[in-house]
Write a protein that binds this ligand. Structure first.
Ligand code: FE2
Length: 223
């Protein structure tokens, strides 16, 4: 039987079918999605649809750590497929409101893992840092990370990643400033993230900023 599903519908079905309760299986299934989407001609299809989707475009944001595009999302925020562009080094660690699988498309970063936030030894977050695990991610590498794991990513060059995020597990998460030791709480209410800035340096992405990201992805051969 011939499938009449579009590329985007196929990706959407794959994302809808992931059972995030089984982390090992979810990792393989999410990785499968990210491998397909990372093919430049496929990423270009999603990006072109994204720029004609005002609802998704309004979720695009600039954070102090990276710029975010939500390329696709599931019903009731069950999952989100995101593209991240890291241009700056920020000395902070955090955990997330949702587990996710990520892959590096371009650039690289060192990845520091400090342990679960629910039983964090905060002394590990002051310099000299004492993470429990350090790993380097290069283009083509994948990982799954639980929402409770506190981590820090230190880019070595401008870096582009794809992320497939599970549904939200909590209404807030914590961010740790590695220089001052200060801890702050960030809310995960999806309505807040669409309309308001919670932190200095955070803003909605302008059309010009979005165009610059598209041009950059194109000139670097990622789409
Ligand atoms: Fe993170």
């Amino acid at each position: 039987m011939t499938s009449h599903l579009s590329f985007t519908e196929i990706i959407r079905e794959k994302c809808n079918s992931i059972n995030w309760e089984n982390c090992a299986e979810a990792y393989q299934e999410a990785r499968d999605v990210l491998e397909i989407v990372s093919i430049p001609s496929n990423l270009k299809i999603l990006l072109e649809e994204f720029v004609s989707n005002q609802r998704l475009k309004e979720k695009s944001k600039i954070f102090n750590l990276f710029s975010k595009l939500v390329l696709l999302d599931g019903q009731d925020y069950k999952w989100k497929l995101r593209l991240h562009v890291f241009d700056r080094q920020v000395l902070e660690a955090h955990h997330h409101h949702a587990s996710f699988c990520a892959c590096v498309l371009q650039g690289s970063y060192s990845h520091f893992l400090f342990g679960p936030n629910s039983s964090l030894d905060a002394r590990r977050l002051s310099f000299p840092l004492r993470p429990l695990f350090i790993h380097n991610h290069e283009p083509g590498s994948f990982y799954f990370i639980d929402h409770d794991m506190v981590h820090a990513t230190m880019i070595e060059k401008p870096t582009v990643t794809l992320m497939l995020q599970a549904g939200s597990e909590r209404s807030s998460f914590e961010i740790y400033d590695l220089e001052t030791g200060n801890r702050r709480i960030r809310m995960t209410n999806p309505d807040i993230s669409v309309t308001d800035s919670q932190e200095p340096g955070e803003s909605r992405m302008s059309e010009n900023e979005l165009s610059a990201i598209r041009e950059r992805l194109e000139s670097d051969g990622l789409i």
